[in-house]
Design a protein around this ligand. Structure first.
Ligand code: PLP
Length: 375
């Protein structure tokens, strides 16, 4: 699964990750680290182990087989599978590996209830759709959900819902509306005799909305040091967060580019004056997006160096004229940072995502597939 044909180095700072986790402990008693998709590219096994010592009791993953994998690593905490069981194997795994899964629609609920007749009692998490319109029961489903539950060996111990736009300050009213709908659903469950753990907020919802914190939080991007409010008026809420991932690639060659000469495929960049360029050993085959051609920047020795011409499969050219002018030599073997790096030129996840045309989540997931080391 790891990309192993390149020279990229992905360094994960587990202290920063733990620091970010702790900044949320003051907001809610139970903070559930979301470590789906290989912990957003930071490594399922390593991240779970780093957090297990942090006064926590539940992990969140996506698919049931991610939860099984986590169990196989020896994790004994409660594990919540946010995407719920998809097939018969997933359903059996809930008993076999003692997993808590989200149940989000009627056919799934009936199927799990049927298997419970044979396998015995099972705790579940009911997923409610309060506006995201992906997964979950709606208010009008609750009487039928309760009827099925009452006849079954299933016990709902948690109710969960997902906020669609907690990271958009202008959507404050939508978040409040979702929270209000969720509260009504919780009340209906309570009337039916189910007093469950209420679980609503993601990173953005936790930071900005006290009413969304409820009994437990699902903490994803902010734990990895991504600021969900980057570029908004709420940006300050994420100022304590420290990115946990840093990525570098080696300089392969350094040479000059004369005024009027063009570089890389399609000659999309032409030097307007004499330049020094460094060829970096990273390209789109390493999950470094070609959309950064002529747009992105890297960090060498604390300086920002702009990408010139097209990003290739395994190479990208950057302009190092400014560094050379400062008397700082750049030689083959030097490190060019795609993410992080020293000094004032440090590249934040949001900087990189901006050039890439995406969000920090995708940057982490994709670059994290390269070979990682832990500090
Ligand atoms: C991924 C995910 C989260 C975490 O969201 P962040 O924005 O990364 O904090 C929370 N809940 C669900 C259902 C998710 O899929």
């Amino acid at each position: 699964m790891t990309i192993d044909y390149n020279k990229l180095k992905v360094r994960i700072n587990l202290d920063n990750l733990r620091h970010n986790y702790q900044t949320f402990k003051g907001l809610c008693d139970r903070v559930i680290p979301v470590i789906k998709s290989d912990a957003y590219g930071h490594g399922l096994a390593e991240v779970s182990r780093a957090l297990e010592s942090e006064d926590m009791d539940t992990f969140g993953v996506g698919f049931v087989h991610e939860a099984v994998k986590l169990r196989r690593f020896g994790c004994t905490k409660r594990i919540l599978a946010l995407l719920g069981p998809v097939d018969d194997g997933d359903i059996q795994a809930l008993w076999e590996h003692d997993l808590l899964a989200v149940i989000s629609h009627m056919a799934q609920l009936r199927q799990v209830a049927e298997v419970a007749e044979k396998n015995g009692p099972l705790n579940i998490c009911l997923k409610f759709d309060t506006g995201m319109r992906r997964l979950g029961f709606r208010s009008e489903d609750i009487p039928e959900v309760v009827a099925v539950l009452k006849q079954s060996k299933l016990t709902p111990v948690m109710a969960s819902s997902h906020l669609a736009s907690a990271d958009v300050p202008e959507h404050e009213a939508n978040v409040e509306a979702q929270a209000a709908i969720f509260q009504e659903m919780l009340d209906l469950l309570k009337e039916a005799g189910y007093d469950v753990e209420a679980n609503l907020a993601n990173s953005a919802g936790s930071l900005a909305f006290e009413l969304c914190r409820m009994d437990s939080l699902r903490l994803g991007i902010a734990m990895y040091g991504g600021n969900p409010f980057h570029g908004t008026q709420r940006e300050e809420l994420g100022r304590e967060l420290k990115p946990a991932m840093e990525v570098s690639a080696p300089v392969l060659q350094v040479h000059s580019l004369k005024k009027g000469e063009s570089i890389s495929y399609g000659w999309t960049y032409t030097a307007e004056s004499d330049l020094e360029v460094a060829i970096i050993g990273v390209g789109y085959a390493d999950n470094f997006s070609r959309s950064m051609s002529n747009v992105g920047q890297m960090n060498i020795k604390g300086y920002r160096v702009p990408i010139r011409g097209r990003v290739c499969m395994q190479m990208t050219a950057v302009d190092v004229t400014e560094l050379m002018g400062e008397g700082l030599g750049v030689v083959p073997g030097d490190e060019a940072f795609l993410l992080g790096g020293p000094g004032p030129g440090t590249i934040t996840p949001e900087d990189l995502a901006g050039w890439w045309g995406t969000i920090s989540y995708e940057v982490f997931c994709l670059l994290g597939m390269n070979q990682r080391e832990y500090i």
